[in-house]
Design a binder for this molecule. Structure first.
Ligand code: ATP
Length: 349
C-alpha cells in the first residue's frame, strides 16, 4: 500500500470552503424538498448529511453534483459560483448506492474512464489508475471484469474511479447500503482511511446514525429540507439541539420541568432503584411503575410510566446492565433517576 501525499488531492489553497450552499431551495411542484439551506462543506473535512428518508439529503447532493438545478439560491464550489455549471465541469467524484460500473470494461478501464474523458495522457492515466486501485487495495484485480468481483470489491472499484480524477469534493450517496453488515463496518473505516490519507473533502449521505457518528468530522442533521443541527458528531450526540435530533440519535426519554423546559435523557443514563431514598441526591428523581420488561442478553429494557416534574404522565425507557433480568416485573414501583450532567436541555424544533 503506497501512501499518497495529500497535496494533489487537497482543495485549492485560499478557498474558504470546499463547497457552499447559499439560501438554496429546491421545489418539485408545490413540494419543497430543500428549504433555504445554508451549508458550508469544509475543505479536507468528512461531512455527513444525516436524516430520515425524504428529508432532502439526496436532493442536496444532486444539486451539489449538478444533476438538479436549485429553484433558488447559489452553490459555490471552491469559492466559485457553480450554480449553473453542468456536472462534468464541477470536478466532483460521485459514488452511488448502485456501483454503476461499465460491465464490458476491465477494472482498470473503469477506474481510468473519467481520466480518459478529461484527456489525461496514457502514462499519467495509468499511474493515477494504479494509485487509486492501490488505495482501495485492488491493484491485483486491475485486469478483471466487474462481474467477476464481489459486491464489496465492486464498491471499491467505484470508489477508486471517483478518487482517480482527484475530485474537489467526493460525493457518496448511501454507498454502503447494499453491502452486508460486516463489510459495511469494514468499508466505513477504509473510506475514512482513504479520506485522511488523501485529504479529500467528502460529503456522505446516510440515514444511518452509526455510520455518521463513526465517519464524520462534521455531521449535518436534516429534517424536511432544513438543517436541524451541524457540528462534530461528539458534540451533536452529547448536546442535541432539539427533540428531533435527540430522537433521531436514540434519546428515548423526554420530560418537561415545572418551568416548561424540555429535557432529554438516554435510556442507558436513566438509573432505577427500588426505593425512593436511594436516589435523593440525583437531579432527576421520579417514582415510576414498570409497564414492560424486555430481556436482550447484554441488557434489560424497562418500560416505565411516571409523572414528570410538570405533572404530565410520561413513558420512559431505562436500559439496565448487569441486573438480574427477573428482578423487575410489570406493576413494580421504583425510582427512576439521573444525575444533572445526564439531563440534556432541548430547544425548539
Ligand atoms: N424529481 C422529484 N420530483 C418530485 N419529488 C421529488 C423528486 N426528487 C425528490 N423528491 C421528493 O423530495 C423529498 C426529498 O427527497 P430526497 O431523495 O432528497 O430525500 P432523502 O433524504 O435522500 O431520502 P432517502 O434516504 O429516502 O433517499 C422526498 O419527499 C422526495 O419524494
Amino acid at each position: 500500500m503506497t501512501t499518497t501525499s495529500p497535496a494533489p488531492f487537497a482543495a485549492e489553497t485560499g478557498s474558504p470552503a470546499a463547497a457552499e450552499f447559499r439560501e438554496v431551495t429546491q421545489r418539485f411542484g408545490d413540494f419543497t424538498a430543500v428549504d433555504r439551506m445554508d451549508l458550508t462543506i469544509g475543505a479536507g473535512q468528512f461531512t455527513t448529511l444525516l436524516g430520515p428518508s425524504g428529508c432532502g439529503k439526496t436532493t442536496s447532493l444532486r444539486m451539489l453534483a449538478g444533476y438538479t438545478r436549485p429553484t433558488e439560491g447559489r452553490i459555490l464550489i471552491n469559492g466559485q459560483d457553480a450554480t449553473t455549471l453542468p456536472p462534468e465541469k464541477r470536478g466532483l467524484g460521485m459514488v452511488f448506492q448502485s456501483y454503476a460500473l461499465f460491465p464490458h470494461m476491465t477494472v482498470a478501464e473503469n477506474v481510468g474512464y473519467g481520466l480518459k474523458l478529461r484527456k489525461v495522457g496514457r502514462v499519467d492515466r495509468e499511474a493515477q489508475v494504479t494509485e487509486a486501485l492501490e488505495m482501495v487495495g485492488l491493484a491485483h484485480l486491475a485486469r478483471r471484469k466487474p462481474r467477476s468481483l464481489s459486491g464489496g470489491q465492486q464498491q471499491r472499484v467505484a470508489l477508486a474511479r471517483a478518487i482517480a480524477i482527484r475530485p474537489t469534493v467526493l460525493l457518496l450517496d448511501e454507498p454502503l447500503s447494499n453491502l452486508d453488515a460486516r463489510l459495511r463496518v469494514q468499508m466505513r473505516s477504509e473510506i475514512r482511511r482513504i479520506q485522511s490519507e488523501t485529504g479529500l473533502s467528502v460529503v456522505l449521505v446516510t440515514h444511518d446514525q452509526d455510520e455518521a457518528l463513526e465517519m464524520s468530522d462534521d455531521m449535518v442533521v436534516m429534517k424536511s429540507g432544513q438543517i436541524m443541527q451541524q457540528g462534530h458528531p461528539a458534540d451533536v450526540f452529547s448536546a442535541p439541539a432539539n427533540r428531533f435530533v435527540a430522537d433521531f440519535l436514540g434519546y428515548e426519554n423526554f420530560l418537561t420541568t415545572s418551568q416548561g423546559i424540555t429535557l432529554a435523557i438516554r435510556p442507558e443514563h436513566l438509573q432505577v432503584q427500588d426505593t425512593e431514598t436511594d436516589a435523593v441526591d440525583e437531579a432527576l428523581n421520579l417514582r415510576a411503575t414498570v409497564t414492560d420488561v424486555a430481556y436482550r442478553g447484554v441488557d434489560t429494557l424497562l418500560m416505565l410510566r411516571a409523572r414528570d416534574p410538570s405533572g404530565e404522565e410520561v413513558d420512559l425507557l431505562a436500559e439496565t446492565r448487569g441486573e438480574d433480568p427477573g428482578r423487575y416485573t410489570p406493576g413494580d414501583n421504583l425510582t427512576a433517576s439521573a444525575p444533572r450532567h445526564r439531563l440534556v436541555q432541548l430547544g425548539d424544533d
